[in-house]
Design a protein around this ligand. Structure first.
Ligand SMILES: *Cc1c(COP(=O)(O)O)cnc(C)c1O
Length: 357
């Protein structure tokens, strides 16, 4: 957080969706707020209410709201809501009428991602409805916001194009009398590489957890999550023995096999079979054979690996262990997916430096 806080003069909304990218939403939210974030961002209403239930009072924006959700709970809990269309806004207005207080709304414009957000064609109708609801005291427009397609490829032409589209959307909003306190579009990559995209607030996610959104650059970030286990069992086997389901790995010589008790039920991708890296006693091995539901095997030669030795799947990298980014590269995904997979499984989490119990 310190690096992100120093990277901008805008407010920082720490994104803690998906259980804090697998790190634990509540402890990460608290740590981010201590580190200088003033806002929290989540995807679902349930995620926002989890933060409130934990006693977190900082402003929270929830941005993926489906039809028929209990929006009155959001308004009662002071959760900001995103609206991308007139129907969505109408639901928010109805809920605000029931609760008897204005809903806090961020209007989302689609500047090119073509995912969530109003198109340039539907934007004026959304603004008109929002201006009316605001005049009626049923909503307060807090923000106008958007999201990048390709901020992780600095210099990509879509970045400038989206900034132009965002500027136009803000101008149209102003013509409807809507001048939000918070204009926001920057994710981690744009926070780290495009100060001209910071506006009033930035929304970093992955970088909050010390992981870089951009291949080949670390920005001096230090990964927060370490995934590790203790070797549970070792055994000696001879050459040409198949290992794990389907025998997709064969030993080459007399060797020590080590069982690491983590599998795909714990977050280890099955796609890491025969490619995922794991460090034991400072040396890196590649998973031998298929990743099972609960365990993986390593072929440790005559390295003297023993039950109880620490096996590190990924961590900050200081002790020669792989990083989540190494794992992502090994199986053809992104570090986001690696850490998020370890979120809500059966692996116990401990929090270094935790001050809140
Ligand atoms: C996930 C998300 C972010 C954070 O993205 P990072 O790339 O992790 O920084 C920001 N805004 C929205 C709308 C998101 O969905």
């Amino acid at each position: 957080m310190t690096k992100l806080r120093a990277a901008t003069t805008a407010q920082v909304m720490a994104v803690v969706k998906a259980d804090g990218y697998g790190h634990g939403a509540v402890p990460c939210a608290r740590a981010a707020l201590e580190g200088g974030a003033t806002w929290l961002g989540v995807c679902t209403l349930a995620e926002a209410l989890e933060l409130r239930a934990a006693g977190i009072e900082a402003p929270v924006l929830a941005w993926l709201i489906g039809p028929g959700q209990p929006l009155h709970q959001a308004i009662e809990a002071d959760v900001d809501l995103s609206a991308a269309g007139v129907d969505q806004l109408a639901e928010i207005v109805t809920a605000a009428t029931v609760v008897g207080e204005p809903a806090r709304v961020h209007l989302k414009i689609d500047t090119g991602l073509h995912r969530n957000g109003a198109t340039a064609q539907t934007w004026p109708a959304l603004l008109e409805a929002a201006a009316k609801a605001e005049a009626d005291g049923l909503i307060e427009v807090i923000g106008v916001w958007s999201h990048f397609v390709y901020a992780d490829a600095p210099g990509h032409e879509t970045i400038d194009q989206q900034l132009v589209a965002f500027g136009e959307a803000l101008d149209v909003a102003e013509s409807f009398g809507i001048t939000p306190q918070l204009r926001h579009i920057a994710n981690s990559a744009a926070t780290l590489t495009r100060t001209d995209a910071h506006f009033d607030l930035v929304r970093p996610g992955i970088a909050v957890y010390g992981l870089s959104p951009i291949a080949g650059e670390t920005f001096g970030l230090r990964p927060a999550m370490t995934a590790h286990a203790r070797v549970l069992l070792t055994k000696q086997v001879g050459p040409d023995e198949g290992v794990s389901y389907g025998h997709t790995y064969q030993t080459r010589s007399d060797t020590t096999l080590a069982l690491v008790p983590l599998g795909y039920a714990d977050g280890v991708p099955r796609a890491a079979s025969n490619v995922g890296p794991i460090a034991v006693n400072g040396k890196r091995y590649t998973i031998a054979g298929r990743v099972c539901m609960d365990q993986v095997m390593l072929d440790c030669g005559d390295d003297g690996v023993h039950p109880g030795d620490e096996a590190i799947l990924f961590g900050p990298g200081d002790r020669g262990e792989p990083t989540a980014t190494d794992w992502a590269d090994a199986i053809g995904t992104i570090n986001y997916e690696i850490v998020t997979r370890f979120g809500s499984g059966r692996v116990p989490r401990t929090f270094a430096g935790e001050r809140h119990g």
